[in-house]
Design a binder for this molecule. Structure first.
Ligand code: SAM
Length: 196
């Protein structure tokens, strides 16, 4: 059955390096919202290894069947079934969570969508709330590999928003502090933001 589930090889590759960071950044968290849960591989892995918190999955409706199948195949007490959340269309429930996680979404969303998400996180996360944002980014105006520059071109050519510069993200989120840029395998980053 698991072979039929939506599957991402990159999730399998990055889930343990990300978990090692989340064990620190989410140590004091109670309830985490994941934006863009995708296949659900991250949700079941992180929640089962962070049993002190509740993990709320979310995504656009098209992803919900696959997500529900994965949650059924890997039952984990502290994962909640997905809520419908499409930045740009849905109201953003960040005030109800003390932490938010999102992987590989900033370069898929349109610029206006990721700008709206950063502003809502900045406005609505509770004091000391934590946002962990994983993916490839532009840093100081530069791509960190030719592969990332090429993938950005592919995304923009095919109607996606493309990579975002970290300074651009900061400008949309004046009430968030970028506490640390964690260097991850495969030229990815994990940006650890905290509400001021
Ligand atoms: C490349 S996948 C990443 C999925 C998963 N987080 C991972 O790391 O494998 C991009 C995800 O972003 C979500 N996404 C794209 N645009 C979105 C939007 N406007 N609001 C919420 N999610 C969005 C997609 O539905 C999809 O789940």
């Amino acid at each position: 059955m698991t072979n039929e589930l939506p599957y991402s090889q990159s999730c399998e590759n990055n889930k343990d390096p990300i978990l090692a960071i989340l064990k620190q950044t989410f140590a004091a968290s109670n309830n985490v919202l994941e934006v863009g849960s995708g296949t659900g591989q991250h949700a079941v892995h992180f929640a089962s290894n962070l049993p002190h918190l509740v993990w709320q999955t979310s995504d656009q409706l098209d992803y919900h069947d696959g997500l529900r199948q994965r949650l059924a195949a890997f039952p984990t007490d502290n994962v909640l079934p997905p809520i419908a959340l499409k930045v740009g269309e849905s109201s953003l429930p960040f005030a109800r969570f003390d932490s938010v996680f999102s992987a590989n979404t900033a370069h898929i969303m349109q610029q206006a969508e990721i700008a709206q998400m950063m502003k809502a996180l900045s406005d609505d996360l509770p004091a000391d709330g934590c946002f962990c944002q994983y993916g490839p980014f532009i840093e100081n105006g530069e791509f960190n590999s030719q592969g990332n520059a090429d993938f950005h071109e592919y995304l923009v050519t095919n109607g996606y928003g493309g990579y975002r510069d970290i300074d651009e993200l900061k400008s949309w989120a004046p009430n968030l502090s970028l506490i640390e840029i964690h260097r991850m395998p495969a030229n990815n980053l994990l940006l650890e933001w905290r509400k001021k």
